[in-house]
Design a protein around this ligand. Structure first.
Ligand code: ZN
Length: 503
């Protein structure tokens, strides 16, 4: 065992209780599900519902993926060997939760007159670019729904064999009446669902709450595959069950996602998984709350959303990251310009402390940290861990970090810190603020300056190329352009002059 003292407690949506976190510590490998049990460090299998890739990520996505990024980082900090799986939904997510409407990716593709896979590819790449800028670590596995059609068909067949699903007219539905535990996660009874306005009755369904595992492809539907029930495509919920179990085993330690996905998405995931395996699907269900604007949910369909790309134009990604971490993952984050500006000031305080420590490091005399510094850093680490152990309370963890930054500034300003003292301060800030909370202080401070310098240099080269062309030295002009392309800069000649962008 190499786990630090584990006192982590999480709020499990399934039991509605705060529970001590105890993973199965089992690393599934193909054909040997028991492999790795008890091997140090214990393993954590974690699955989080990923984006449906038909548009740019917005602040609501940032809330979800930064929250779970910090959870992964903290588990790793504690010493767990985490396998983090987050899917990419590129097929099957319809515009309406009740198995009706259009496929979201196909709809976007039709509007742009391109293949749906082109839309999926484009927005998958842009999603990762946005997350990289927010310093969100990439998942260990990012499985695509369209890459797991065979597994989804096999799982659907198993559910039919076990009497939990039925075919109707080329589509296959899960039979909720056959599964009494249905509704346990969301706390809804099947009768309530029947009365619920969102569940439209369908001629094919035996019960209005039944949900699609496989959908018959209507004429003109581009994304379709052959199946025992004819040409079609998978229902949205089945992909997460199948891909989670494929890579993490029949029982996942953690399943995360947005609070809005508790029903029907996660409820359906549980039913499909447990009805087929007979084992608990997930030990801990964790749900993040949403981003609101003046108290109302921010969402694409509501038209009040801010894409991350638009947000980055106003605030550095690290400021947005800090803004998200200032509220608990289970609480809403209310967006306003003022709140973002406050986060900017907060980030500058932390970044300022980090920069001051770096400066102090340069001239620090040899020597160990004195007991006062050791105590200060020890207290900061203790407060930080206690906050994070309490269901990942990032606002409280941040306040421990701000306290440390304030004290550190005072000590650095007083001068005379020995190398050991500077190292202790630097180590705590880097490990807790950088490693666990993912706040990259250097990247932003130097990043902005580097970009400015690069822009200036490109302008000089564009000028030199223009002069070469004027002097009819086309070889030289072309060479400048080629060298810039090699360095990752693309030029474009327009009637108004030459513009440039990074590749
Ligand atoms: Zn999902």
């Amino acid at each position: 065992m190499t786990i630090r003292e584990n006192n982590l407690h999480v709020t499990n949506t399934l039991t509605r209780r705060r529970e001590k976190f105890e993973p199965l510590a089992l690393r599934p490998t193909q054909g040997d599900p028991e492999h790795g049990r008890g091997v140090a460090p214990p393993h954590v299998g974690m699955y989080v519902c990923g984006p449906t890739v038909y548009g740019d990520a917005h602040l609501g996505h940032a809330k979800s993926y930064i929250s779970f990024d910090v959870i992964v980082r903290y588990l790793r900090y504690l010493g767990y060997d985490v396998t983090y799986v987050q899917n990419i939904t590129d097929v099957g997510h319809l515009t309406d939760d009740a198995d009706a409407g259009e496929d979201k990716v196909e709809k976007a593709a039709r509007a742009k007159k391109v293949h749906p896979m082109q839309i999926a590819e484009q927005f998958t790449r842009r999603y990762f670019e946005d997350m990289d800028r927010l310093n969100v670590l990439r998942p260990d596995i990012s499985p695509r729904a369209s890459g797991h059609i065979v597994e989804q068909i096999e799982h659907t067949k198993r559910l039919i064999e076990r009497g939990h699903a039925y075919e109707a007219n080329g589509s296959v539905y899960f039979d909720v009446a056959s599964w009494p535990a249905y509704g346990r996660l969301s706390g809804r009874s099947v009768e309530e669902m029947q009365a619920g306005a969102r569940v439209e009755p369908s001629a094919e369904k035996r019960h209005p709450a039944d949900f699609a595992l496989w959908k018959r492809a209507e004429p003109g539907h581009i994304m379709q595959w052959p199946s025992p029930w004819g040409m079609g495509y998978p229902g949205w919920h089945i992909e997460c069950t199948v891909m989670g179990q494929k890579y993490l085993g029949e029982t996942l330690d953690i399943h995360g996602g947005g609070i809005e996905n508790q029903f029907p998405h996660h409820e359906d995931e549980i039913a499909q998984a447990e009805a087929a395996s007979g084992k608990p699907f997930v030990r801990y269900w964790l749900h993040n709350n949403m981003v609101t604007v003046a108290g109302k949910k921010m969402g694409k369909s509501l038209g009040n959303f801010l894409t991350l790309r638009d947000a980055f134009a106003k605030w550095p990604p690290m400021v947005i990251r800090l803004f998200i971490l200032q509220s608990h993952y289970r609480s809403p984050t209310d967006f306003s310009e003022e709140a973002l500006e406050a986060a900017r000031a907060g980030f500058e305080r932390l970044g300022g402390a980090a920069a001051a420590i770096e400066k102090a490091a340069a001239g620090a005399p040899e020597g160990d940290a004195d007991p006062k510094i050791t105590e200060l850093v020890g207290t900061a680490r203790k407060c930080f861990s206690e906050a994070m152990d309490d269901d990942f309370n990032t606002p409280l963890a941040l306040s421990a970090l701000f306290d440390l930054a304030r004290e550190s500034n005072r000590l650095v300003a007083a001068g005379g810190l020995a190398k050991g003292a500077v190292e202790a301060l630097r180590g705590a800030l880097a490990e807790l603020g950088g490693g666990v909370l993912g706040l990259s202080f250097e990247a932003t401070a130097t990043g902005a300056a580097d970009t400015q310098i690069a822009a200036g240099l490109v302008q000089i080269l564009i000028q030199m190329r223009a002069e070469a062309r004027k002097a009819k030295d086309f070889n030289r002009a072309d060479a400048i352009r080629e060298r810039l392309v090699e360095a990752g800069v693309l030029l474009e000649d327009t009637p108004d002059g030459t513009t440039w962008r990074f590749k």
